[in-house]
Design a protein around this ligand. Structure first.
Ligand SMILES: [Zn+2]
Ligand SMILES: [Zn+2]
Length: 217
């Protein structure tokens, strides 16, 4: 196998991983409800919080943001091994997919927060850039779902991929893109979604009373 073929295959895996993560993100944003059993609390609520308070998850550790993807990755590796299909392509796909939320998180952090290596990878457009991901966080927040690279989103947008997919689903099932309370005019936001806006815990009432000028000595 020559080097060019290897690189082309690796690029194909990167594109596939970014696309797959984008599809999951789209399903959560477009059709997930916080009341859905199991996934509602585990996946959809954090997603809704992210639209209301985009910086909140930057406070979470890799483990807190990625445990579900790690579990999914382990299942894919186990399934591929069982089917005797465990090639380097599968390992690369899982490595990227497990870190999809971390790469997404970096796109919400400052250069100082991510460090020089990640900042350089963003500068070289190898990882999703804050500028491109900002398109997803612009109302009506219904495109640019892919969270790993800068490659796939513009291509899907040129094809109007998500719009077309939602039209097909609406025709077949009647289901439409759910209301997004973080969009202007689509509120009100649920209180559990906006309470993460607080930069730090609110001081206890006693502390506030002590701090009042008229109670100071
Ligand atoms: Zn989203
Ligand atoms: Zn985001």
């Amino acid at each position: 196998m020559n080097l060019l073929s290897l690189l082309a295959q690796a690029l194909g895996v990167v594109i596939l991983a970014d696309f797959a993560a984008g599809v999951v993100h789209w399903l959560e944003d477009a059709y997930g409800s916080e009341d859905t059993p199991v996934v509602g609390a585990l996946l959809i609520r954090p997603n809704i919080v992210h639209h209301h308070c985009p910086r909140y998850f930057t406070r979470l550790s890799w483990w807190q943001s990625s445990w579900d993807l790690l579990l999914l990755g382990a299942l894919i590796i186990g399934g591929a091994a069982w089917a005797d299909l465990l090639t380097w392509h599968v390992w690369l796909f899982v490595l990227l997919s497990v870190n999809a939320n971390q790469v997404h998180k970096w796109s919400h952090m400052s250069r100082g927060e991510v460090g020089p290596v990640v900042a350089k990878l963003q500068d070289w457009r190898i990882l999703l850039t804050p500028r491109q991901h900002a398109v997803h966080h612009t109302d009506p927040k219904n495109t640019y779902y892919c969270p790993i690279t800068n490659l796939v989103n513009p291509a899907l947008e040129a094809l109007r991929f998500w719009d077309c997919l939602e039209s097909v689903i609406e025709t077949l099932t009647g289901a439409t893109h759910r209301q997004d309370t973080s969009n202007r005019g689509e509120g009100p936001a649920p209180t559990w979604a906006i309470e993460h806006h607080r930069p730090s815990p609110v001081p206890a009432t006693e502390d506030l009373v002590v701090a009042k000028p008229d109670t100071a000595r």
